[in-house]
Design a protein around this ligand. Structure first.
Ligand code: 2IO
Length: 419
């Protein structure tokens, strides 16, 4: 039976580095319980998997965590026919059929355009000078939203994300988040009206025209679905991309291996998602009295599934704290008994999983093809943050700068042709 261990989820030591807490959880078979709120934190792989697959652990926590800023129910709050229909529709909009034609060039162009200004510089911060803009621009692209004021939308998105993912927001911060959510809604509403009359080939048009005979969606339902996608597609993207490059560049021989054989990028992304899961917590509520890890838990209790801990469970992953590129290929040797839970599991498992893997793969290729002699800067100090969604605060990289365009020496050669 697990031991109940009271802790403070807001403890700065835990926030700074939760990984030793995860290790203790596995070594000593613990379930944490937050002293202030009474919420449980479960990290054993088998229990997390069971809880996520068992509908008696509901997504009710999202009605307080997410609904106020999503302005209506998100997909994870739905079930039955409504859930399967809407989920299938969004999945279809993100599927391979559109990917090659639309999303691949979109993602590639955004990545290239964002990287171009740094080609002559020889250094950049992959999180703050690339990843954050990249994440929001790709999401706006797939939704088919205008990009002209993307910086403002990124700010509003951050406010909405904070409301859901920060565990200690002040009343003032909550009000700012609610205002930003309203701003996003005001931005979306006229576009939704346009797409209803004149649909285009984008996800937002698909959402607007989802209404079948028995199920007419209200504007707030459409907005909630748009905000759901905006958040779920943006929030983890820069974090995963930066951790991928950090993991690769920390082991130069692994970097070279992937550089020379790009089919290995997928494995590197998957291993990054396991080791540095961008979504660390998935909340559920016990709809009846239950037993978790042998401990009795009362109906109505909140349970945070610690994805970051489950993905380092030594019962499932050999040497769980190490980045092992071919871990999944070595499953027969016990390196990886199951797939990571970074996308969750069960009926609410991430519907953008395949899309996001392809997205990060395309961008990683653009970066690898554009930047030669890529290294982590000697001035770089790693730090990461976030309890719910977690990622590096920055990632300073250096590479060989292209020679500056010089009219006298290269005459009429256009910069474009040089790249
Ligand atoms: C609105 C937390 C980035 C989702 C969400 C809280 C619902 C759902 C998730 C992920 C990732 C976000 N939950 N995506 O954990 O849509």
């Amino acid at each position: 039976m697990s031991k109940l261990c009271f802790f403070d989820v807001l403890d700065p030591i835990f926030q700074k580095n939760p990984y030793p807490f995860y290790q203790a959880l596995h070594n000593e078979d613990l379930i944490y319980c937050d002293k202030a709120t009474g919420a449980y934190f479960v990290g054993e792989y088998a229990e997390v998997e069971r809880i996520l697959k068992d509908p008696s652990f509901t997504t009710a926590p999202l009605s307080v965590r997410a609904q106020p800023v999503m302005r209506d129910r998100v997909l994870a709050q739905m079930e039955g026919k409504e859930h399967s229909e809407k989920r299938r529709a969004v999945l279809h909009g993100l599927s391979g059929q559109y990917f090659k034609k639309q999303y691949h060039p979109l993602i590639k162009n955004i990545s290239q355009e964002l990287i171009n200004p740094y080609l002559y510089k020889g250094s950049f911060d992959l999180v703050n000078e690339f990843g954050k803009d990249y994440a929001i621009l790709v999401t706006l692209g797939i939704l088919g939203l205008p990009k002209d004021n993307y910086k403002e939308i990124a700010l509003w998105h951050k406010g909405v994300a904070d409301y859901i993912t920060k565990l200690n927001l002040s009343e003032e911060e909550k009000n700012t988040s609610l205002q930003y959510s309203k701003n996003l809604s005001d931005f979306l509403l006229p576009i939704i009206d346009l797409r209803k009359i004149d649909p285009r080939d984008d996800l937002i048009s698909l959402l607007c025209n989802l209404n079948n005979s028995e199920n007419i969606m209200t504007d707030s339902e459409i907005i909630a679905l748009c905000l759901n996608i905006l958040l779920a597609a943006t929030e983890p993207a820069d974090k995963s991309l930066a951790m991928l490059f950090k993991n690769l560049l920390e082991q130069p021989e692994v970097f070279d291996d992937v550089y020379n054989d790009r089919t290995k990028i997928r494995a590197a992304i998957e291993e990054t998602l396991r080791l540095n899961s961008p979504v660390q917590l998935i909340p559920r509520e016990a709809s009846e009295d239950c037993i978790v890890g042998g401990i009795s838990i009362k109906k109505g209790s909140i349970i945070f599934n610690m994805i970051g801990a489950a993905n380092r469970d030594p019962k499932v992953f050999h040497d769980p704290n190490l980045f092992i590129l071919d871990r999944r290929a070595k499953n027969k040797e016990g390196f990886c008994k199951k797939r990571h839970l970074a996308f969750g599991t069960g009926m609410h498992a991430c519907l953008g999983a395949e899309f996001s893997l392809r997205q990060i793969e395309i961008t990683a290729n653009v970066i690898l093809d554009s930047l030669k002699n890529l290294k982590i800067s000697e001035e770089y100090h790693f730090s990461e943050s976030g309890l719910y969604t977690r990622g590096p605060n920055s990632l300073l990289l250096t590479f060989d700068a292209l020679p500056k365009f010089n009219e006298n020496s290269i005459g009429n050669t256009r910069v474009k042709e040089l790249i």
